[in-house]
Write a protein that binds this ligand. Structure first.
Ligand SMILES: [Zn+2]
Length: 64
C-alpha cells in the first residue's frame, strides 16, 4: 500500500479541501406533470418514470 513520505503542509491540506464543494442538484421537468424532478429517478409528484407509473415514488407527505 502506498504511504505518504512526508507530512502534508497545512496550506496544501487546506487548498485541497477548499476545492471540495457541494454541487447543485440538477433537475429536469417531468414530461407527465411538468414538475421539477431529478433525472433517472421516478417523478416525486406523479410517480412516472419511462412511461410507467410507480406509486411508491409518489410523495404523500407535504401535499395539500
Ligand atoms: Zn410527474
Amino acid at each position: 500500500m502506498a504511504v505518504p513520505k512526508r507530512k502534508m503542509s497545512r496550506s496544501n491540506t487546506r487548498s485541497r479541501r477548499a476545492n471540495w464543494k457541494a454541487t447543485v442538484v440538477t433537475t429536469t421537468t417531468c414530461p407527465q406533470c411538468k414538475a421539477l424532478m431529478q433525472p433517472h429517478i421516478a417523478c416525486p409528484s406523479c410517480g412516472t418514470y419511462k412511461g410507467r407509473h410507480y406509486g411508491v415514488a409518489e410523495r404523500t407527505e407535504h401535499q395539500g
